[in-house]
Write a protein that binds this ligand. Structure first.
Ligand SMILES: C[S@@+](CC[C@H](N)C(=O)[O-])C[C@H]1O[C@@H](n2cnc3c(N)ncnc32)[C@H](O)[C@@H]1O
Length: 198
């Protein structure tokens, strides 16, 4: 049986085919713009990091970065690109981060990770992300909008983002960025959210 998107082997096969379609070889401009304005030194998690272009940018800017992906080729690619940059690259299922990393991060930065998560797992994804953030921690996401069926990428709309995150996060900002990669104009949502106080 072929692996499902819930399994690393599914994503590993895409990396092994070469040129994963989502990878633009550099950080997404809307994220790079916002991250340039945030205080360096924060502890940041990058879930579903892929080759880690955002994680590398964050590490260069002085953030303490933990980047996670369960596809071995993604983490190998990130380590190769990182060289001597201080950054923790973990080959790991993000759904397993809860206990070990409870409350340790100031910020989560995701790029096209939510649309890789099967729809039935999305509330759990939001729960794990809230769990790894400390009090008042923030979540910065660049979400790829799609009505693709059956996926991945799995269907993602503004309403999906609001529905799954708003029980645990206060949505501070949610808009269409004006500086998307060419070809992704009008297909992205940039969101900044703050973990709610229990
Ligand atoms: C669409 S790719 C995006 C990669 C990267 N964020 C980027 O924008 O270039 C989704 C990534 O999420 C990873 N992923 C999916 N489910 C995961 C899980 N449960 N735990 C860790 N990584 C996961 C995949 O291996 C893949 O590298």
């Amino acid at each position: 049986m072929s692996p499902t998107p819930r399994e690393p082997a599914y994503w590993q096969a895409v990396y092994e085919e070469g040129n994963p379609g989502w990878d633009k070889g550099e950080p997404a401009p809307p994220l790079a713009r916002v991250l340039g304005q945030v205080e360096p030194g924060l502890a940041v998690l990058v879930p579903g990091c892929g080759f880690g272009h955002e994680a590398l940018l964050l590490a260069r800017q002085g953030y303490r970065v933990t980047a996670v992906d369960f596809a071995p080729a993604a983490i190998a690619g990130l380590r190769e690109r990182a060289g001597t940059l201080p950054l923790t690259a973990l080959e790991r299922d993000l759904f397993s981060l809860g206990e070990e990393f409870s409350g340790v991060f100031d910020l989560v930065v995701e790029h096209t990770c939510f649309c890789a998560i099967p729809m039935a797992m999305r509330d759990e994804y939001a729960r794990v992300m809230a769990g790894v953030l400390g009090e008042g921690g923030q979540f910065l996401g660049l979400f790829y909008e799609t009505d693709h069926q059956p996926g991945p990428p799995f269907k993602t709309t503004r309403e999906d983002i609001e529905r799954h995150f708003s029980p645990l996060f206060e949505i501070l900002h949610l808009s269409r960025p004006l500086d998307s990669f060419a070809g992704r104009e009008d297909k992205e949502w940039l969101a900044l959210m703050r973990k709610r106080t229990p």
